[in-house]
Design a protein around this ligand. Sequence first.
Ligand code: B16
Ligand code: MG
Length: 218
Amino acid sequence: MNRIKLAIFDLDGVITSTTNEHFIAWSELFKKNFGIDLSPELEVRTRGVSRRDSLNVLLDHYDLAVDEKKLKALMEEKNEHYRSLIETFDASDLMEGALPLIEYLREQGVLIALGSASRNAPMLLKNLGIEAFFDFVVDPAGKKGKPEPDIFLSAMRHFELEASECIAFEDAVAGVEAINRAGMFSIGVGDEDLSHADLHIKTFKALSLRKIKGIIQG
Ligand code: B16
Ligand code: MG
């Protein structure tokens, strides 16, 4: 009998990589509107962070202040460009090993949810052809963004589970922090310093079925 009943996946950086597309859209926005070339090291500070919070991080970095109307216009402009960049995404853009892991977890009777901060997540899941693998997709609208735990807790509550019955996968520092604050077992994926995760793997190839079976059986 599994102890773990629900696995929650982040999208960007875990199931597919849209890091470049997000940053290209932010970079063009700042160049066009403020004549600024975004410093590449800012990219990591927008990972897993909502659109509005990402924009505020970038504006603060350059000591720029805009009113709410301009803020909304900037978010909209960035999003339109970002959506045009991900239009061509398909199954070939899935992160290696992500889908086999999801399929294995489903075979083991574990429910699958998406816990992404991205409001474009439903479109991406469709483009990637993996909508049907998800029992629940969290709507991030109106929820506190990562590192607050709300997105992960929302999936847990949907299935009326306890945190000890959930695991979650994240590529971002703020995302792992959010899982930890939710009290769930956190699995950090990728090259970032995710030493605060309960388990950190560079790629899904590093996660054997034996290991994941051990985690879900507790
Ligand atoms: P959107 P995740 C996050 O996705 C991205 O990592 C982050 O860069 C982005 O700002 C955020 O989604 C919001 O995305 O503008 O599409 O609503 O990693 O939580 O899946
Ligand atoms: Mg992410």
